[in-house]
Design a protein around this ligand. Structure first.
Ligand SMILES: *Cc1c(COP(=O)(O)O)cnc(C)c1O
Length: 399
């Protein structure tokens, strides 16, 4: 199998970065569990020395995600083609932050995954002295105000979690490079997946995933993947991945590889179900407001149409009522399971204020609009009629 540049994403999820195992011809990469590799003479080996540094199963996953994100890095330049897999999304995030230095200034989206915000402001601000400035990067003027010549890194999420704001990646890249041509641009692409959005094509340097979510998609692996745009960055991230050592294990890499093969068909159903559900909720009297980029009244709708190839499976909405009625609604759901995480085949419901975003200070939550009546759905791939019936029944419990 060649990595033909012209493969579409729906083909890349299956064939991208993959080839039969050379010894047996096995159509799938075996799970190489060995921690170390035998050398013929000191320093004479087949390119594999120790599994933290090199693992063929992990490489297979890394190459696939790199192919999906359309990096320009080739396998001649980097053995895993510019993709790097980590033990979790946070491990990937932590490693990327090591690309900048003690005391450096960075700008980040204000509405971030709670754990990312926690790492920035409760860990790295202390241990690395990072000078982190949060701003609403879905408004280009806000970003232009905080982007300075000494800003070393910009961290974007789009769509954001849980407000579903859309940031203009190409515009951010242009404003950022005008401020500092050497700034590192990172996009957490977890919500969109590389099928819907490819930040490297918009001028970003790094795209990052919690592969725990859509990439693996089956709620049975925690992991993270980073893809970089060029060979120079690949060399730096490869060094850090090995030096820090928060790598993904071979079993998890295999599971994630298996999950990704259905990413395209899963996303089709996620999108369809979420679009139907957003319309259903929008027209329901017990619902105050729905945030979904596929709705024409969403402030980022036109931008999302241009920048993304699908609106995704995440829907946020506000119940007409208080914490007590929201709890009543959550308790009445049967199919939507109350759980953290997102992006898997089963539908999940989350109460951001108490669950995923509890680590965000209450004042910041209020500023961002994360209220007690906010509910976030990760719409799964079940039959959409069943999902709508479940929501309808639970909303009826509010009367
Ligand atoms: C879950 C998530 C993370 C963190 O990933 P883990 O795999 O849980 O460590 C980072 N960013 C986003 C957008 C996420 O949803």
């Amino acid at each position: 199998m060649t990595d033909a540049d012209d493969m579409r994403s729906g083909t890349r999820v299956i064939h991208g970065g993959q080839r039969p195992e050379p010894v047996t011809g096995a159509i799938l990469p075996p799970i190489f569990t060995a921690a170390t590799y035998v050398q013929e003479a000191p320093g004479q080996h087949k390119g594999f020395e120790y599994t933290r540094s090199h693992n063929p199963t992990r490489y297979a996953l890394e190459r696939k995600v790199a192919a999906l994100e359309r990096t320009s890095v080739t396998e001649a330049e980097d053995p895993s083609g510019g993709g790097f897999a980590f033990a979790s999304g946070m491990a990937a995030t932590g490693t990327v932050l090591e690309l900048i230095d003690r005391g450096d200034r960075m700008v980040a989206m204000d509405d971030l995954y709670g754990g990312t915000r926690r790492l920035f402001s409760q860990v790295r601000q202390r241990s690395q002295g990072l000078d982190v400035h949060f701003a609403d990067l879905s408004v280009n003027e806000r970003f232009a105000e905080v982007m300075t010549a000494d800003t070393r890194l910009v961290w974007v999420e789009t769509p954001t979690n849980p407000m579903m704001k859309i940031a203009d990646l190409a515009a951010i890249a242009e404003i950022a490079r005008a401020g500092n041509p050497d700034v590192l641009l990172v996009c957490d692409n977890t919500f969109a997946t590389p099928l819907h959005q490819r930040p490297l094509e918009h001028g970003f340097d790094i795209t990052l995933h919690s592969s725990t979510k859509y990439l693996n998609g089956h709620s049975d692996v925690v992991g993270g993947v980073v893809v970089v745009k060029n060979a120079a960055l690949a060399e730096r991230v490869r060094f850090l991945q090995n030096a820090i050592g928060s790598v993904m294990g071979p079993f998890d890499a295999y599971m994630t590889l298996r999950g990704i093969k259905t990413l395209d068909v899963r996303m089709e159903r996620h999108n369809r179900n979420a679009e139907r559900i957003s319309h259903f909720l929008e027209s329901h009297e017990a619902v105050e407001r729905v945030l979904y980029p596929g709705l024409t009244d969403h402030p980022g709708h036109q931008l999302a149409r241009r920048q993304m190839d699908g609106f995704g499976g995440m829907v946020t909405f506000f119940i007409r009522g208080d914490l007590e009625s929201t709890n009543r609604f959550l308790g009445a759901l049967r199919l939507f399971q109350l759980a953290e995480s997102l992006g898997a085949v089963e539908s999940l419901v989350n109460h951001p204020a108490i669950m995923t975003h509890a680590s965000v200070p209450a004042a910041t939550r209020a500023e961002l609009g994360i209220s007690d009546s906010m509910v976030r759905l990760s719409v799964g791939i079940e039959d959409g009629d069943d999902l709508i019936e479940d929501l309808d029944r639970a909303l009826a419990a509010l009367k």
